[in-house]
Design a protein around this ligand. Structure first.
Ligand SMILES: [Zn+2]
Length: 234
């Protein structure tokens, strides 16, 4: 099931840059499956447009055994931090929330992210997946009734869209503390790994993203709804 437009944009970009990424999207439930907590953005849906879920859970395919939760090994956490840095560098304007390793125990084994506009989530609200009307909240506080795409300027829109921009972005991320330079137990330099990912990202363009989104929708890529339950906490 396709996620909301901005979640789809991020998903397509992540998958293009990190082919081993897998995603959980839709789950009609409250945060932590706790009925007295607000609704999860995973419940955000717009059935008329076949959008289900305004949040992504992201993990590496090799770090989630079938039927089991993803692992929180150092190698997986390193990879998750790379994905997080990629999203932060390129899509910060449409990211509502992002949680991953280092934030809390529940997110040591995957990334959770949601996008603007987000679904109203008060616990007394009835979302479309429970038969209610859709209410979305934009970053400026205004409300609407659809998950239309937010205006966004990405790093990839810069005139110099070559690898030099990504090298610069990488250094900015290190300087800002978004990423840290360290070496995995296996001896693979984190910086080299990141550089490879960002080099791939350098060839992204909107037409390619749109093609990827179309392919994703056609293929139903990703796990089934029930598979996301163990991972989703937010
Ligand atoms: Zn999640």
């Amino acid at each position: 099931m396709a996620a909301t437009p901005n979640c789809q944009l991020v998903e397509a970009a992540v998958l293009a840059a990190f082919p081993n990424a897998r995603f959980g999207r839709y789950n009609c439930r409250h945060i932590g499956s706790n009925a007295i907590k607000p609704w999860s953005q995973h419940a955000g849906s717009e059935p008329a447009r076949r959008y289900f879920g305004n949040a992504l859970d992201i993990w590496h395919v090799d770090h989630k055994p079938a039927g089991k939760p993803a692992d929180s090994s150092p190698a997986h956490q390193t990879w998750l931090r790379a994905v997080r840095a990629f999203i932060t560098l390129n899509y910060a304007p449409i990211v509502d929330q992002m949680l991953g390793p280092g934030d809390n125990a529940a997110h040591a084994n995957h990334l959770h992210m949601s996008t603007w506009p987000k679904m109203k989530s008060n616990w007394w609200y009835t979302p479309p997946c429970k038969g209610g009307e859709l209410v979305v909240i934009h970053e400026d506080g205004t409300t609407g009734t659809t998950f239309e795409e937010e205006e966004m300027i990405t790093r990839n829109d810069k005139a110099d869209d070559g690898l030099g921009v990504h090298d610069q972005n990488f250094q900015e991320a290190v300087d800002a503390g978004v990423m840290s330079s360290f070496t995995q137990p296996g001896g693979v330099a984190f910086n080299d790994e990141i550089a490879t990912f960002l080099a791939r990202a350098g060839v992204l363009n909107i037409a390619a993203l749109e093609a990827r989104i179309t392919a994703l929708e056609a293929s139903g890529n990703g796990l089934q709804d029930g598979d996301t339950v163990k991972l989703n906490k937010v």
